[in-house]
Design a protein around this ligand. Sequence first.
Ligand SMILES: Cc1cc2nc3c(=O)[nH]c(=O)nc-3n(C[C@H](O)[C@H](O)[C@H](O)COP(=O)(O)O)c2cc1C
Length: 303
Amino acid sequence: MEEFRTLVLYRSQHGTTARYANWIADALNADVMEASKKNFNDWSYRMTRYDMVIFGGNINEKGINGIKDYKAAISKERISNYAFFCVGSYPASEETVEAHIIDNFKENERPKAKLFYFRGRLDFIGLSWLEKKIMGGLMKAIEKKYEEDRTPVESEILEAYYDDVDWSDKSYIQPLVDYVKSFMTPEQLAYMEPIAAERVAERTRIEEEEEAAWEEEMKRREALYYENEAQKEKDRLKKMSKKQRQYYLWKKAQNEGLESVEELKKEFGVEFEEDIETASEIESLDDYSEHEDAADDIQEEEK
Ligand SMILES: Cc1cc2nc3c(=O)[nH]c(=O)nc-3n(C[C@H](O)[C@H](O)[C@H](O)COP(=O)(O)O)c2cc1C
């Protein structure tokens, strides 16, 4: 039996398409390679040694990244078994796939254009200056619309634009994996599947480890942030007059819903002059607002 050989080629600007390419390669025990412009001859020639070639590209303002080179290589090397996948931020649907086929393939190319679409990631912070400008224009157009006139997808994308949202999911590749498997003989499939399962399990283990390490790192950063904030608050209190300090802590106790201010007094090492039993009593003090304003001014000065 000849082993069924699959090659996954991809172009990715921010890593999501590369991630999908590796998931696909694992699930099919395929080889995977970045198909850059520079190494066109290398990957184009390499394709001829495979039974199936899968081309992947992220979607940007020009369409599917790499599509022109992919089509040129297919025609140059006379490749007959191939499929495409693309990664974008819009939700997957038949209409989305249809629109990308129309945008990226001429009418005579469409009958052979087997395209799969996977949802990716929108991380505004990681974009280049130019990408931010392009995306900014797109988002402004959505923002201009009244909220009730925006489609649910537009609202979702707009929300994601201000945050890092990752919609990518390994399970989305299944239809593409099944499509490639349909070209294999039962023997080829039986040979491929256990090796692929091992590769999938290994990557899952690595990804889980990476995620756990990332979560630990986030916790560490958060703890550091709160430590810094606490230190800043202590320094701020040192700058206040005795009276301001009292008001500041009473207010803090009130904001945090504490029954008494005793804990805070201990924590900040503050002695009080006036004998006020509960946080709510501060509101009734004649000169309360005056002291509160002074305490707020100190906070403002720091900013
Ligand atoms: C400049 C720019 C234009 C984009 N245009 C589209 C688009 O037209 N349709 C879409 O679904 N996603 C669009 N996206 C979203 C990307 O395709 C998505 O973030 C994808 O996950 C990027 O893949 P990568 O991480 O492999 O580069 C655009 C992103 C950028 C930065």
